[in-house]
Design a protein around this ligand. Structure first.
Ligand code: URA
Length: 314
């Protein structure tokens, strides 16, 4: 077994790391037996030299297994789904899509994030509802999912701890924009949710992380390959984004716009995005046989819109 400095050198010199190398490195990261400077150096080596597909796979798998992996009742085996979006200004798709999918009989354990730079995060938006608690323990998450069909929460401490450590160091070392590191980060968290199906909303254009379709396709392909390899049925949808989504920008007004959308009175771009992503998931889970049928089901579902304003209750 190579030492950590040897592993850094191996990657720095452009060689592929083995599965064992990657597992050894990540165990050292999670157990904190490695210096932060060494982790930062490895991240920079990966950023500069890239990873071949087998390395990205090994990284993603080892990250997933660095913490708890959720499990669901057997009868949900085909039903557990989620989506990931590369995000953008005014992107409130999760707030509409999760309840719409639940209304169509799917189970949606959405583990969401907070805002990054100028884009708002789903958790920040939900917290504009007084009393809303995005920090549910796992047993509660399971019971909400059983009763309601969807739940949107923040990441728990036990889920993919490797990502929490690596993400903070990527931020501090300017190594965020790396295809294998982005793939490992996103797909490991989704795989730890033990999903049956995952749809990825990969955006491109002036307001998106990927400025053109070619870079969005490269990201989409990397994510889809890693997702499928980890046993999730994974597909990507590419959406052009040169403007904010919908008409409202700002946490509380985005919640209001989401409710209006669930009642069928939302802006057309948001309605189209939600119904397409939802339609794809309904096809992937075998709930419908065509995308047009899936789009119709999502469009007609109200996701319990009338119940929402009463939440969180007295
Ligand atoms: N979102 C994530 O969770 N990780 C990344 O690396 C980028 C976006």
């Amino acid at each position: 077994m190579l030492s950590i400095p040897d592993l850094i050198k191996k990657k720095r010199d452009g060689n592929a790391l083995s599965d064992e190398d990657i597992q050894f490195f990540l165990q050292a990261v999670v157990k904190k037996t490695i210096q932060e400077a060494q982790t930062g150096a490895m991240l920079m080596a990966i950023f500069m030299k890239g990873m071949v597909a087998t390395e990205t796979m090994a990284l993603t798998k080892a990250m997933k297994l660095s913490g708890e992996v959720l499990s669901w009742p057997e009868e949900w085996a085909e039903l557990v789904v989620d989506k990931h979006s590369t995000g953008g200004v005014g992107d409130k798709v999760s707030l509409v899509l999760a309840p719409a999918l639940a209304a169509c009989g799917l189970k949606v354990p959405m583990i969401s994030g907070r805002g990054l730079s100028h884009t708002g995060g789903t958790l920040d938006k939900l917290e504009s509802i007084p009393g809303f608690n995005v920090g549910q323990p796992l047993p509660k998450l399971r019971s909400i999912l059983a009763e309601v069909g969807c739940v949107i929460v923040g990441q728990t401490v036990s889920l993919v701890p490797a990502d929490r450590i690596l993400y903070a160091l990527r931020d501090a070392t300017s190594t965020v924009e790396s295809l294998p590191l982005i793939t490992g980060s996103i797909i490991s968290k989704k795989a730890a949710e033990s999903l049956n199906s995952l749809v990825l909303d990969v955006k491109f254009g002036g307001s998106a992380i990927c400025k053109d379709l070619a870079s969005a396709k490269a990201l989409g392909e990397s994510l889809v390959t890693a997702g499928n390899n980890l046993g999730m049925n994974t597909r990507a949808v590419f959406t052009h984004m040169s403007n904010p989504i919908g008409r409202c920008i700002g946490n509380s007004v985005e919640v209001i716009e989401s409710l209006e959308t669930l009642k069928g009175k939302g802006p057309s771009d948001l309605m189209e995005l939600v119904s397409t992503l939802g339609g794809v998931l309904l096809v992937m889970t075998g709930k419908v046989s065509s995308l047009s049928e899936g789009v119709r089901l999502i469009t007609e579902s109200d996701g319990g819109a009338d119940f929402w304003p009463k939440f969180p209750g007295p």
